[in-house]
Design a protein around this ligand. Sequence first.
Ligand code: PLP
Length: 355
Amino acid sequence: MPVRALARVDPAAITRNCERLRAALTGGAALGAVVKGDGYGHGAKEAARAALAGGASWLFVAAPAEAADLPGDHRVVVMGAVSEEELPGALQAGAELTVWDERFVRRLPAGTRVHVKLDTGMGRLGTRDPEEATRVAEAAEARGCVVAGLMTHFATADERGDAFFGEQLERFRAWAEPLRARFPGAVLHAANSAATLRDPAAHFDLVRCGVAIYGLDPFQEDAAALELEPALTLTSYVAAVKPCERGESVGYGRKFVAAQSTFVGTIPIGYGDGWRRGLTNNAEVVIGGVRYPVIGTVSMDNITVDLGREPWVGEGDVVTLIGAGITAEEIAGRLDTINYEITCGLTARVPREYA
Ligand SMILES: *Cc1c(COP(=O)(O)O)cnc(C)c1O
């Protein structure tokens, strides 16, 4: 019997996506796998294991706590801010830290590996001042820390043809390349998935690929065209089938009223599982290879679909919500968001199965 909502993750697809990304890397650049946000909703540990099997040699997380308990023999970098409270845990986990502030660096124990971040235009973390960034690296070294990386992050890598990407790349290169001699142990890294796929000049020594390792398209178009395989499918099942006569309504707020008599299937998945309310009257599911429209309001625990007047569908049939031709990109487009938010948003109520 199917469970109410299930995310099936294929680790071999993540492994193949990593192999495919590695094959595209230039100049001996290494592949870093980003497993923040519980591996973009896929499960951080399993994603990390699969990525390492595919040739990734670094792992990146955002939150300090995400650095703990990752499998394998690899280096882990925390890309996000680390508060005083979080610092001991991050160091305990052996994580390397992203730094941009001299005062912060002076609080670190000797031996800590740090990646100095220049803000070349993302406007989030890092210092915009290249000279300050260099001073941070020098302060880290003076403190006995190891300057393990020099890094930046792109704001528009996923907007093909956007000129700002090239400006950021130049700013980073102008700062980081001359520092190679001064900090010979530092790896230069800048590229996320989009930059990795878009421009070999952004590869430097290491890339930080997240969304692409999960087989999702950073450009929100077509993962298959990039030879990436989606690793996650989301399924549920038909819990109930019943007639709905003309004029009868379905769901909260009566957002669907039958124009003609039909059958309605109730599927036990809803926004409490991360299948968002914005999909009200605005999505399709696949049952037995056929697409059916979602009708009425998405509620916390259920959705309803129009099965038509003579349904082929029976109770217990498997329902595919992501997979079988429905991509995370399609769902994201319906919600005016990006595929990242769709898989990331699947809640803990949805069990992850690995096969
Ligand atoms: C999330 C993140 C990445 C990975 O981005 P993708 O688009 O998922 O490849 C890389 N670098 C930083 C700093 C990030 O926050």
